[in-house]
Design a protein around this ligand. Structure first.
Ligand SMILES: C[C@H](O)[C@H](O)[C@H]1CNC2=NC(N)=NC(=O)C2=N1
Length: 114
């Protein structure tokens, strides 16, 4: 079941915006699925599991299309049966609401609800 966050627009941070603090991002993290964690108060991380490389590659391509549509891009590590994702706002050097929306959108694709 994906998060209502996935229905929010992806509105990347304006230049000069401060990254979210742990208190500020807590509500967004709570709204995401259990796959996601915040690392070093800097980025979101998740690992999605698949039956084989072909399925992992297909998912990689789907989230790549999402990233291009929204012009907000994850770092993706593609392996046999696994896709590792890191999500943060490079322009501000940390986390923004748009990163949590993207994470929820990726969950929705993984869950097949998209
Ligand atoms: C130059 C280009 O607009 C920027 O690099 C955009 C593209 N995609 C992006 N993706 C992410 N995750 N963070 C950014 O700051 C970002 N900025």
């Amino acid at each position: 079941m994906s998060s209502p966050l996935a229905d929010e627009p992806v509105e990347p941070a304006d230049e000069g915006t401060e990254p979210l603090t742990d208190d500020e991002y807590a509500e967004y993290l709570d709204a995401l699925g259990p796959a996601w964690e915040v690392v070093d108060d800097h980025h979101l991380e998740a690992t999605y599991e698949f039956d084989d490389f072909a399925d992992a590659l297909a998912f990689t391509n789907e989230i790549g299309e999402l990233a291009e549509e929204e012009w907000h891009h994850p770092d993706i590590h593609l392996s046999w049966g696994e896709v590792g994702v890191e999500m943060w706002s490079h322009d501000i050097g940390g986390l923004h609401e748009s990163d949590f929306v993207m994470a929820a959108r990726m969950d929705r694709i993984y869950d097949g609800d998209d």
